[in-house]
Write a protein that binds this ligand. Structure first.
Ligand SMILES: C[S@@+](CC[C@H](N)C(=O)[O-])C[C@H]1O[C@@H](n2cnc3c(N)ncnc32)[C@H](O)[C@@H]1O
Length: 241
């Protein structure tokens, strides 16, 4: 994992550039269909407060899976932001196929300096971003900044299972995922090698309790977390104070 900020950003750009057209199907396959399930739970954390006409920001939207689900389930408008033009291109095709082009807008930009004013959005979702940014605590503050007081925020990230599942997870990310990636394509081989060390390193440096403190320090209240699928994923959510 690159250590300085510029290297981290450019590594993420290179990693995702070739993945757009195969991203959703492969992510579902490699997660044993848990990734779409986790995303549905993420959306359910913010959906109850969203009415048609309200406006949600989906950060690190990639191919817009969460943005599309939000718009379909709640009737809200969604802006999806990502730094990868290639992932966004795949996302725009999906949005257009879903007939949502009027309500889902995808924009290229950096999550670390969101191009929006304070309290612009009624809600915010973010998926698998924090391992790619320079300072994840600062990133959480930047996410909270653009949400109006009282608005919900929810984040989905991979996690490291505990107990008996931990050695199985180690084998999966250490051997099965790299081998499956090699079978699929050179680009997925890179992802297969990268993911295990990236997730393990993130939780070694920032245990879940520390992450929840970032959320509270960012002015988010009623912060909750739920581990999903034996702890392979975690959703954190709360409301802007
Ligand atoms: C694992 S993908 C997740 C995509 C999408 N959220 C999904 O799973 O449906 C991570 C995404 O984060 C984006 N990303 C990484 N660093 C970013 C940054 N600093 N600003 C904006 N997007 C970033 C990547 O381009 C990529 O699309």
């Amino acid at each position: 994992m690159p250590h300085d900020a510029a290297a981290r950003t450019s590594h993420a750009r290179q990693l995702f550039a070739p993945l757009g057209p195969t991203y959703d199907r492969t992510a579902a396959l490699l997660s044993f269909a848990q990734d779409p399930r986790w995303k549905r739970f993420l959306v359910s954390c913010v959906a109850p407060t969203l009415a048609p006409g309200s406006h949600t920001l989906d950060v690190a939207t990639g191919t817009a899976a969460v943005a599309i689900d939000l718009a379909t389930r709640t009737g809200c408008r969604v802006t999806g932001l990502d730094q990868s033009p290639e992932m966004l291109a795949a996302g725009r095709e999906r949005v257009s196929r879903a007939g949502l082009a009027e309500r889902v807008q995808l924009v290229e930009g950096s999550a670390e300096a969101l191009p929006f004013g304070d309290a612009t959005f009624d809600a915010l979702t973010v998926t698998y971003l924090l391992r790619y940014v320079d300072d994840p605590a600062v990133q959480v503050r930047e996410l909270a900044r653009v949400v109006r007081p009282g608005g919900p925020l929810a984040s989905l990230e991979f996690a490291v299972p505990a107990g008996a599942w931990r050695p199985l997870w180690d084998v999966y990310v250490g051997a099965v995922l790299p081998a499956a990636g090699r079978l699929l394509s050179p680009a997925w081989a890179d992802v297969g090698r990268f993911l295990g060390p990236s997730i393990r390193g993130f939780y070694r440096d920032h245990p879940l309790a520390v992450q929840l403190d970032w959320w509270r320090a960012a002015g988010i209240h009623d912060v909750q977390a739920r581990r999903l699928s034996v702890g392979g994923g975690v959703v954190i959510w709360g409301h802007r104070s």
